[in-house]
Design a protein around this ligand. Structure first.
Ligand code: URP
Ligand code: ZN
Ligand code: ZN
Length: 468
């Protein structure tokens, strides 16, 4: 990075950044151009733009310029399974930025016994002033009553235009069919998206008890306790409620081909349903969770890691656009927490950390390995999420007027993922030792440089709550 030697007069207000000679990649186009940033937004895109006085100039020759990536499914503050996910908004957001993610949507997840408005105050209070990147919330609905409905109406009015429900986790976040119907009905009325974790909770509970009674207690039994059919049923079930109410649905972390077929069948009959896949399901398989003891527990998440044979089908659906987005379901628990499930796999806190690794793993395993075009990579990891969740074109695009959330990506970088060098607040990595074929060299948040050369150099409190 350098300051220009012969600056030209400013044409507009406070020009801050000129990114020269990069290859801009959007969901539909690749082209070489300069990007001029004025304050927080993109002011101009064109060839050989003149250097305004006082601008910081970044030479992006040989690099891609991507829109900031958006992770539409993360857990930062999460009380879950008798413990708390490990990241704070500070650690999670800075790790996100180092990995190229400039916006995340977190699930606001109050316990069923908690008042939703109290939950809203808790989550927003924790994030405010502590996030380095922009963020928003899916409003978790974990019970149904008049007060919950009134709160949902109020929060939608405040710009939180998506709900989150769990068909799984009986006795915790899970809701019954009455509540599911009411959530979908309200979402249809208000024009907001219902996101759903689709596993049949009753079937899971039955299978867990059966396996434990047979003395099957290790992490390798997590997958058989919630097989693909349980998720396919949950997906079809959710799709039916979306169909009956005319709502718009979004299936989170779909993991296998049977569940995908259930979603596609629903779509074929006109149900408004988008599908998300998460980076662990695209790249890790059930054998990781079959490792003995805590080594397997590190890979326990729900839906579970599946048979490897699902992965080519997920990649193909992603490339076609039948799967819209790639998220993380970032949910870090450390090794001690994973040991809570020693001797009983149903007590292993579910989740895998990934917010820092999603973009690099998707680029490496997707674009570099020929599973994903560069344009679909940008679309699936940024643009589509912005469109589905009401952030587009402010986020998810490189165009004049958009927020200057930009990732200058170096495809020649070679490195190795390790917990030792990770910025997530965890003591293991699900991708330990994996090689990556690129990384974000510079990342900006609304025009301000947040990451340079793999280090966080930004304002730890820059992040804003995004109302949609
Ligand atoms: O295993 C997972 N996915 N943990 C986080 C909670 C959820 O289901 O999204
Ligand atoms: Zn889930
Ligand atoms: Zn989740």
């Amino acid at each position: 990075m350098s300051s220009p030697e012969k600056p030209q007069a400013l044409a507009v207000g406070s020009i801050t950044l000129l990114i020269q000679n990069g290859e801009i990649v959007t969901d539909g186009k690749r082209f070489r151009a300069d990007v001029l940033v004025d304050g927080e937004t993109i002011a101009q895109i064109g060839e050989h733009l003149s250097v305004p006085e006082g601008a910081t100039v970044i030479d992006a020759s040989g690099k891609f310029v991507f829109p900031g990536f958006i992770d539409p499914h993360v857990h930062i503050h999460l009380p879950f399974m008798g413990t708390f996910a490990k990241d704070t908004h500070a650690t999670g957001s800075q790790a996100a930025l180092i990995g190229g993610t400039t916006t995340f949507i977190e699930m606001l997840a109050p316990a069923g016994s908690e008042d939703l408005m109290d939950g809203w105050r808790t989550w927003t209070g924790m994030a405010e002033g502590n996030s380095a990147c922009d963020y928003s919330f899916h409003i978790g609905v974990t019970r149904w009553d008049e007060r919950t409905e009134a709160t949902l109406r109020e929060l939608v009015g405040q710009g939180m235009k998506s709900f989150k429900v769990f068909l799984a986790y009986k006795g915790a976040f899970g809701i019954d069919d009455h509540a599911l119907y009411q959530v979908c009905r309200l979402a249809a009325e208000l024009g907001v998206v219902v996101t759903a974790h689709c596993e049949n909770a009753d079937l899971v509970a039955e299978l867990q008890q059966k396996l434990l009674a047979e003395g099957k207690t290790g992490p390798e039994w997590h997958e058989p306790s919630r097989p693909e059919s349980v998720e396919a049923e949950g997906t079809a079930h959710f799709a039916t409620f979306v169909e009956m109410t005319g709502a718009r649905g979004y299936v989170v972390h779909l993991s296998n081909a049977r569940a995908l077929q259930a979603a596609l069948d629903a779509r074929a009959r006109g149900v408004k349903l988008d599908v998300e896949v998460v980076i662990p399901h695209l790249t890790l398989d059930r054998t990781y969770a079959e490792r003995p003891g805590v080594e397997g527990a590190k890979y326990v998440m729900s839906p579970t890691l599946r048979e490897k044979g699902n992965q080519p089908k997920l990649w193909a659906a992603l490339e076609r656009g039948d799967i819209a987005t790639v998220a993380t379901d970032h949910c870090p628990f450390d090794v001690d927490q994973k040991r809570m499930g020693d001797g009983n796999f149903t007590k292993i806190p579910n989740g895998i950390p990934a917010i820092e690794d999603r973009v690099n793993v998707l680029y490496t395993q997707g674009v570099s390995r020929g599973n994903l075009s560069l344009e679909r990579f940008v679309d699936a990891a940024s643009t589509r999420a912005a469109q589905i969740f009401g952030l587009y074109p402010r986020k998810g695009s490189v165009q004049v007027g958009a927020d200057a959330d930009l990732v200058i990506y170096d495809p020649t970088y070679r490195g190795t993922i390790s917990a030792q060098t990770s910025h997530m607040n965890n003591d293991y990595s699900g991708f330990e030792g994996w090689e990556i074929d690129g990384r974000p060299e510079v990342v900006t948040v609304r025009g301000q440089i947040a990451v340079q050369g793999g280090d966080f150099v930004g304002d730890p409190a820059r992040g804003q709550l995004l109302r949609r």
